[in-house]
Design a protein around this ligand. Sequence first.
Ligand SMILES: [Zn+2]
Length: 1012
Amino acid sequence: MGMGMGGMKAWLMLVVVTGILVPVECMYMVYNTSQGIVPGKLNVHLVPHTHDDVGWLKTIDQYYVGSNNSIQGACVQNVLDSLWPALLANKDRKFIYGFFQRWWRDQSETVQSIVQQLVSSGQLELINGGYCMHDEATVHYIDMIDQTTLGHRFIKAEFNVTPRIGWQIDPFGHSAVQAYLLSAEVGFDSLFFGRIDYQDRAKRKDEKSLEVIWQGSKSLGSSAQVFAGAFPENYEPPSGFYFEVDDESPVVQDNINLFDYNVQERVNDFVAAALSQANITRTNHIMWTMGTDFKYQYAHTWYRNMDKLIHYVNQDGRVNALYSTPSIYTDAKYATNESWPFKTGDFFPYADRINAYWTGYFTSRPALKGYVRSMSGYYLAARQLEFFTGRRKSGPSTESLAEALAIAQHHDAVSGTEKQHVADDYAKRLSIGYKESEQLVAASLACITESSQKGCSNPVTKFEQCPLINISYCPASEANLSDGKTLVVVVYNALGWNRDDTVRIPVSIVDLVTSESVAVQDSNGKIIQSQLVPISNASLRMRNSYAKAYEESYSSVTPKFWLVFTAAVPPLGFNTYFISNFKGAATSVRQTLYKSEGSQNDTIQVGPGNLKLIYSADGKLIQYVNSETLVNESVEQSYSFYAGDDGSVDFQASGAYIFRPNGSFPINGDGKSLTVFQGPLLDEVHQTFDSWISQITRVYKGKDHAEFEFTVGPIPVDDRIGKEVVTKITTTMKSNKTFFTDSSGRDFIERIRDYRADWDLQVNQPVAGNYYPINLGTYMKDDKSELSILVDRSVGGSSIIDGQLELMLHRRLLYDDSRGVAEALNETVCVLDECLGLTIQGKYYLKIDPLGEGAKWRRSFGQEIYSPCLLAFAEQDGNNWTSSHIPTFSAMAPSYSLPDNVALITLQELEDGKALLRLAHLYEVGEDKTLSAMASVELIKLFPNKKINKVTEMNLSANQERAEMLKKRLIWKVEGSPADDYPRGGPVDQTKLVVELAPMEIRTFAVQFQFD
Ligand SMILES: [Zn+2]
């Protein structure tokens, strides 16, 4: 304070001496900005920040370099380039930032060392610290963990710090998994966010409960809770305190010599805004988020004004202003010893005002969502294979897929709320990452299959993979085998347990005229049962239009059949199958065909095993019967669409973010006809609901669930009405307004229609306001059974009437919903010269179990959906594959597999040669009678061929030892929280090497091996 006053006096004296009012050279003013927290005063924590989306209106590259500025004047390089000199200019100034690998790599050593200094002094605090600020509704928890780990480990390596703060200021609602896994288990002391429901926010302001202790997990309870703060409005400064060069807020003009001197006004504004926020906040600490999207491109204007505000506000003395960070703020809150309100569950769905539920984005861009999910599963498998054969110094790796996937978790990426050209950019990055990982996978599999012959340096086997197999495009499997060649199929299983899975590949080798066919042999040369199923017209249409666009060497020969067989694959390993031309009795069975045109009187029964689906004579699903579990339930399945509101009433249209339905309409089409193919392995029901909706329902012999493969699109919009397409499963179950949806693919949360646990809900959107994000699945129950649906990507869904579940599969809309993206969500695909609305193909799965018995399928099969078997193809002359290749492989000890309630969610080799290992218990407390129990994994059997030197338990993001994290953890006081005792697995003995896992526990280890 003395310094500042001294400067002022010197200037006044100079004026007196010279006696004239001209600008004077030595009017340099020093502001006192060193103020810390003052007990007994209201402390206003000014937290300077910018919010730099890694893609939204522009691509990540365009934002970084500052191009395409006609869309948005934003340049992240400008922000970071101007930031460090501004921080150097005054050591009291602070800033927070999430992640800046790209900028960092562009800097000179001098700048890097300055920035390292700023980080270690705490002037520049790295918060959140993942690759991006991930979405929380449409992301899978494994992706959240991976992208956070990638960022945290980079920050640890370059700056030797571990971020303390969760900073999820922009995602559109907040998940329980974010609170307990990605905050508490990562080691965050607090979690801050901007967007919660407007009704919830109003009540929390009244009750001063914007800041809570959030316990996101029933199973981990208080052992994984976090201090969580919702901002009073958003993540911007209070109105009137924006200081970007072109902002309209009045700058602090403190030169008495110039016109418009406004110090007292600005101080009064500041104090008023602070007192108003203090009215809704507990303790004498409030936080001002000083910044917003892509601000601080010229950081000096912000700091110049904040320097002055701190100086003059503290001179005024009514409140205390200080430069701060969320860490300083959190520590100040903690030091007050206050008890905080208790929060369970999550913050979904989010509405920012009446009729504006942000529940459309749960489904927006379903193709991108599906692509992200399938790449996520592939990345998990590819890292395992990379681990088995060892990371290479050069050559293909999984790194570019890791980065592409990390960026794709951003809250304007997989969420589907970006402009079209940006969505294309994310997909392109994923594709580039996939291509590189595909080479790595092929080389690793070649290595392992050949390893009995020679080392792994130069494998000769060339494996091909088929990323477009979902649209029946697979050049490798469609090869002509008439000249005695054999198609080799290696089926890799990334799960930690044995698996019998159905393999389905397109073949063009079947000649209906000569009745030439194919046979499938297992690795012992024994012919196994296989079945040929016709490829549907909808699939062939997709194939024909897209394969041309993707592949230059497009084959004009179209396969007619799927070849289906059951592969038995060991855990973390593969099995090999051989397909060759064959004449005779042992060939694949071509199914019997049953066509209904609505004329028959009898019902139609479908399913070769325990499960039968019964269809009415007019082609409608009516009954689900399982002869073993004795489940017998009336079930109907239908499609309908919500008309997207055009915004003509109150300017709120349905769009990329917001679901604003204007009426619901059934899609009847000609659903009366169905075609049934029956065979020994599976039955298929082919149905067309409209010219743009077709479906294949599959019932497998060895599986007790039904699989629905839908093809939806192009959604017709020539009536100028946007449409949001849903499928509904309708039963007579008395579900009593209650259903369950997963939190980011992990815990299931109870949802009650038209109800919120935290406040008295005013219902204004009875459909959109009851929508929830679904990543794994949803279920409902009554007093005798439970009906579960699992999904292959994130979708929105609900139970709008009792006994019914619905999923939104696709949406095509014609108006922007006024949340900034400024585009209608109207995805079109152009192949050659033809542009059509996007067609979606995807799957969901249905099972009905006796009450209390559904969890096992939801958890185990859910893991199979996430990690489908990876198929690799090779061609072989004759039958000598097994003389030169290993046909079966498991990385685990013979006959060992993980317990049924444990999944291996990460196995990867780190840069230092250690293995990063993550094991996840899949069940919540009380979820299953037997599987919700403590589980144990024997590391010696998980790594039978390596000698383990040391196992170190890490925090979830693997940037510190878990013990270190626990030592630092803040223990908060909670109002009226129940006393609890939540089990955790015990420490790992370094000789026994057994890992215990309690329900819902995820444990992360760095495993060091001995290399001889
Ligand atoms: Zn954002």
